[in-house]
Design a protein around this ligand. Structure first.
Ligand code: GLU
Length: 293
């Protein structure tokens, strides 16, 4: 049972145009559209294209074709993240001003080496819910002077959330309403499990966590329908929403479509790609059946 909202429901499908859509995306897109219809709401689309090195206009066009073929109709214009970099920067600046974000200078290799050194001493390094090592507290303790010097010297850096300070500033336990295929009800958010998450990458503008939070509010999204692989990330989104004064949508994390090896589908898997299935004569009704709708 999906609770109604005071404002007109709005749902979104938010693919990254860095590859072709597969059956997992089809389930997500169809569920979003079906639920929007059932709620008498809007169905929106968002291109998550901040990583300009991997996203291409060709993939974006292929996504429109696949969704059209699935029989979906979405509101225009489509929101493109690359059109909203200023919004993400404003959100980042408001966190920097409150001392909740710091410049992070360690490269991936340096983080790896740091973690390996610590683990060689026998203490396992903490990992986030996706299994990645937490960012070491090395840059967080730099003085303002040291930070300034390194930035003025042109040191490449990302911006990371100071998770401890952010949770403290938020000052209250956070929850979200969940209606999906895993745990449901009021779910307690555990943002500390993610450590100092990246807010602004060193190699691309913004980050997944920051832009998704700003965009869901910017598009007036009332119900976030997405895969269970993003269930735990919601803890970070709830924290950022609270710090940035943005509303909390209802969340519905749906089951994932797994490949024959029991793993999540990837964009390179040709045989579950929608284009490939279409070429082999499958219809959109077949796709609905294949994803169990
Ligand atoms: N762009 C993300 C993906 O393709 C989805 C993000 C979201 O739904 O919050 O996995």
């Amino acid at each position: 049972m999906i609770p109604p909202t005071r404002q007109r429901p709005a749902l979104r499908f938010a693919p990254s145009p860095n590859g072709l859509l597969h059956l997992g995306h089809a389930l997500s897109a169809l569920l979003n559209a079906d639920m929007a219809k059932a709620l008498g709401g809007r169905f929106l689309l968002r291109m998550e294209d901040i990583d300009l090195t991997r996203c291409t206009p060709e993939f974006e066009q292929a996504i429109y074709q696949d969704l059209d073929w699935l029989g979906l109709d979405w509101e225009r214009p489509v929101r493109r993240q690359s059109d909203h970099l200023g919004d993400y920067r404003t959100a980042l600046d408001s966190l920097i001003e409150r001392d909740l974000a710091y410049p992070a200078f360690m490269t991936r290799g340096e983080v790896k080496a740091h973690v390996a050194r610590q683990e060689a001493n026998g203490s396992p390094w903490p990992r986030d819910p996706d299994g990645a090592p937490l960012y070491p507290p090395v840059d967080r303790v730099l003085t303002g002077d040291e930070r300034r010097k390194r930035m003025e010297a042109g040191s490449r850096h990302a911006w990371r959330l100071d998770m401890g300070r952010a949770i403290k500033q938020c000052g209250k336990p956070l929850y979200w309403t969940e209606t999906g295929d895993g745990d449901t009800g009021e779910i307690a958010a555990d943002p500390q499990d993610w450590g100092d998450v990246v807010l602004w990458r060193s190699d691309a503008p913004s980050s997944y966590h920051l832009s998704v939070t700003v965009d869901d509010a910017g598009q007036g999204i009332t119900h976030v329908v997405r895969g269970l692989d993003l269930f735990h990330a919601t803890s970070v989104h709830r924290l950022l929403q609270t710090l940035l004064g943005l509303p909390a949508p209802i969340y519905h994390h749906h089951r994932l479509i797994l490949g024959p090896d029991g793993r999540k589908l990837s964009k390179s898997e040709g045989d579950t790609g929608l284009q490939e299935l279409r070429r082999h004569g499958q219809t959109s009704a077949d796709i609905r059946r294949l994803v169990g709708l």
